[in-house]
Write a protein that binds this ligand. Structure first.
Ligand SMILES: NC(=O)c1ccc[n+]([C@@H]2O[C@H](COP(=O)([O-])OP(=O)(O)OC[C@H]3O[C@@H](n4cnc5c(N)ncnc54)[C@H](O)[C@@H]3O)[C@@H](O)[C@H]2O)c1
Length: 439
């Protein structure tokens, strides 16, 4: 039945299959976490879909249901997991190697995790220089590789009796590359797949396979992937929702909390120096300048968009912003991120803020993966297609329609997300406008 906004949401019947290219630290922490929550061994902290509420109507109405009771999301019991990796480790072995979760917890989850064996990956070392592994599809054109991925997807769907599927990229960050002629439209892209065009990255072959089969696609890395006309065209043509890119978890999450606060109070920022030490496989991949450049682009763009130096030249026109990531193996997944922020106030008097965030990368990313797959599945059941800007909340470099700038302010992003849910269910949008002054 449709609501008064004419939105019809199909029910979340049956199983939702979650397909993950890249079964490393983030993916294994996500899957292990869902299994732990299902067995009552932990709480889904950090997940808006599992813990968040949404206010409906007037403040005096006292209606604040849980989001998962307000919109029909797939329940955790109905999720099945699969994926691809260049290494042969199953999800249990990958989680042990990632050293994010404690061994006694993983031991209790060994059965469901060991059953998840990665399928052979589509991989090209020109796009990820620092790693190489044996579990890779070989031979054939890029089109044949895409067809092999589509066969994997259909086989997974059949074997796990899934009613619906979602794909989310948790693979490594690929080297920086710009859209080329081959990306300009779908016909050129398909010709490029057949001719093995060097500008088509592995992540784009996965995304093409997903979109061809009408499987929603989320991009957890800063890779170019679906940010090209050809794949945007395919997503719209096949009516598939997509979103990206690069999970907003640690240092950039902090930035999008603080920067809107400085701007709200008209405080100036002269410099923002961010540096990290990170010792997991992601850190190793990012040691390659090509992969780091891709990451740097999404990390740097945030401040410029939030602070709007064009509108406030005296506050932000002279801002020096730098981001560094250093690979430091002893820390593993427990990243340390430092920020030194030089701000200035009344009459230009300078002040400094120092942040030292001792975080855990995959612990922060896992709940985002959960929310994204559940919301993308919801979007598809609600008939939404193309870029899902309302999911910008989760990303460092939100995808937007051509000609629009991305919204980075996390509080605006959250309002947009919740208003989209209200709109889907035919509830009044909340604008925080208090018209009682006029009564
Ligand atoms: N953890 C965070 O907070 C966070 C935040 C933002 C973005 N990310 C991004 O998420 C991704 C995953 O992070 P991670 O810490 O799990 O890294 P990871 O190195 O532990 O896992 C990535 C996995 O992808 C695999 N892989 C690489 N190319 C592949 C391909 N073509 N096909 C299939 N598998 C492939 C690798 O073998 C590896 O196992 C990275 O791109 C990272 O930059 C992570």
């Amino acid at each position: 039945m449709s609501n008064n906004n004419n939105v019809t949401i199909a029910p979340a019947h049956g199983k939702l299959g979650i397909l993950i290219p890249g079964m490393g630290a983030v993916a294994s922490t996500f899957i292990a976490g869902v299994e732990a929550v299902k067995q009552d061994l932990g709480e889904p902290i950090g997940s808006l879909t599992q813990l968040g509420t949404i206010r409906l109507g007037k403040r005096t109405d006292g209606r604040s249901p849980k989001i998962k009771d307000f919109v029909p999301l797939a329940p955790l019991e109905c999720l099945s997991f699969g994926g691809w990796d260049i290494y042969e480790d199953n999800a249990y072995q990958a989680a042990v190697k990632a050293r994010v979760l404690d061994a006694p917890l993983l031991e209790q989850l060994k059965n469901p995790l060991s059953a998840i064996q990665p399928m052979k990956a589509v991989f090209d070392q020109n796009f990820v220089k620092k790693i190489n592994g044996p579990n890779v599809k070989s031979g054939g054109s890029k089109m044949e590789l895409a067809e092999a991925l589509m066969a994997d997807i259909e086989e997974f769907r059949r074997r796990n009796e899934c009613n619906r599927l979602v794909m989310i990229w948790c693979g490594s960050t690929e080297v920086f590359h710009k859209p080329a002629a081959v990306h300009q439209d779908l016909a050129a892209f398909e010709e490029g797949l057949r001719k093995n065009d060097e500008n088509i990255a592995p992540s784009q072959i996965y995304a093409y396979a997903a979109l061809k089969l009408r499987v929603p696609y989320a991009n957890g890395a800063p890779n170019l992937t679906t940010d090209v006309p050809a794949l945007l065209q395919l997503a719209r043509q096949n009516e598939v929702p997509i979103c990206g890119k690069d999970f907003k978890t640690g240092q950039t999450y902090m930035k999008t909390l603080l920067a809107p606060g400085f701007k709200a109070r008209m405080l100036g920022v002269k410099g923002w120096f961010s540096t990290n030490i990170l010792g997991n496989r992601d850190g190793e991949v990012l040691e390659d300048p090509g992969s780091f450049k891709t990451k740097e682009e999404t990390k740097l763009s945030v401040l410029e968009q939030i602070l709007q130096p064009n509108l406030y030249p005296q506050l932000y026109g002279d801002l020096y912003h730098a981001v560094r990531i250093n690979y430091y193996p002893p820390r593993g997944d427990a990243k340390e991120g430092w920020d030194n922020i030089d701000i200035f106030g009344w009459l230009g008097y300078p002040m400094q803020i120092k942040i030292d965030f001792l975080c855990r990368d995959s612990i922060l990313a896992a709940p985002l993966v959960l929310d994204l797959v559940l919301f993308l599945d919801l979007a598809q059941r609600a008939g939404m297609k193309g870029i899902q800007e309302w999911l910008s909340f989760y990303f460092k470099g939100p995808m937007t329609a051509e000609g629009l700038y991305p919204e980075h302010d996390i509080f605006i992003q959250l309002m947009k997300l919740k208003n989209t849910l209200r709109w889907m269910q035919g509830e009044d949008l909340i604008t925080h406008l208090g018209l009682e002054y006029y009564d």
